[in-house]
Design a protein around this ligand. Sequence first.
Ligand code: NAD
Length: 364
Amino acid sequence: MSQTITLIPGDGIGPEIAEVVKTCVAALGIDIDWDIQHAGGAMIEKENTPLPDRVLDSIRQNRIALKGPVETPVGRGFRSVNVKLRQDLDLYACVRPCKYYEGIQSRITNPESIDLIIVRENTEDLYAGIEFMDSCGEEAPFLKFLKEQKGIELGCDTGISIKPISISGSERIVTFAFEYAKKHGRKKVTAIDKANIMKFSDGLFMRAAEAVSQKYPAFIYEHKLVDNMCMQLVQYPEKYDVLVLPNLYGDIISDLAAGIIGGLGVAPGANIGNDYAVFEATHGSAPDIAGQNKVNPTGILLSTVLMLKYMGLSDASGHMEQAIAAVIREGKRVTADLKKADSPHPPVGTREMGDAIVEKINSL
Ligand code: NAD
């Protein structure tokens, strides 16, 4: 029986990688009907919103979506489509596996030992969108409150973003991380924050993580400060297994971890809630290479691997991962970002790398 999955191609390079996904999934012989839905910057001109209601309706109906990247203007303009999707569908856990595939160039000396799972809280923290752009305008009572109740005086030229972190949200994400560890045979969970400085938000996250860890005595549990963790991941990535973090640190550490396994082009991701799941690569819309057949499709294809596993299609998922890994290992038909400096083979385009993966799927 066929299953319908919402497919959001997204902005920039999104449509190019969405096409590769469709051909690879077709080669696996899986019966998926793609319900194509458009969201992102390109929709603003057409429909005056980057996220039309019907996109959310489609995901609510199909329960699973695969999404390309969407643009978010930096420091101005509309709110992030990604943040709205995660909040409206309560996709509270962002799971980003960072595993090294042989053949990829990494600056780390022993990259083959890297196999991390990053679990990022997806709905709270500084991403909750509680921001005051005009502190002395309509929000003046807030400045007044700070001055009168806390003795803190801020000038009118101050922008304010609030960082809400709750006990329930923290317990929920840390429980997710331990349950993930249990289900996937992992051994160690590391909770990461900056509890020494932000005692009421990160401190709360740290205490909630410690409390949840007591319920999972079979796992090694440890706590690290985020600045130390950045250094640890560059120097000793092999020491870590499952990492669980509040939203902002999770976002930043995910890119750092993508960097040590060979770059954004190869990093997959999943946003998971109790009712819905949206799978997407870690990278953005890469406007600098959009429409040029240059984008590496690995991130979205590995996100598809996660999606197939989530759907219970473990064989197809494993088959697709093997095909991607084989094409990367051989290094003959890969995009420029995956090329080793001494490779005798010229880089290929997005479509051609997709074709190589399809051939591998058919031959394995
Ligand atoms: P980006 O990830 O789009 O690009 C960063 C650099 O990496 C660029 O040089 C790009 O060409 C390169 N790159 C990224 N993915 C690649 C791939 N698969 N293959 C080869 N090269 C790749 O990050 P950015 O430039 O900071 O953001 C561009 C836009 O994407 C912004 O509007 C941002 O808000 C958005 N964004 C969206 C998402 C998402 O929808 N999940 C995530 C991150 C950024």
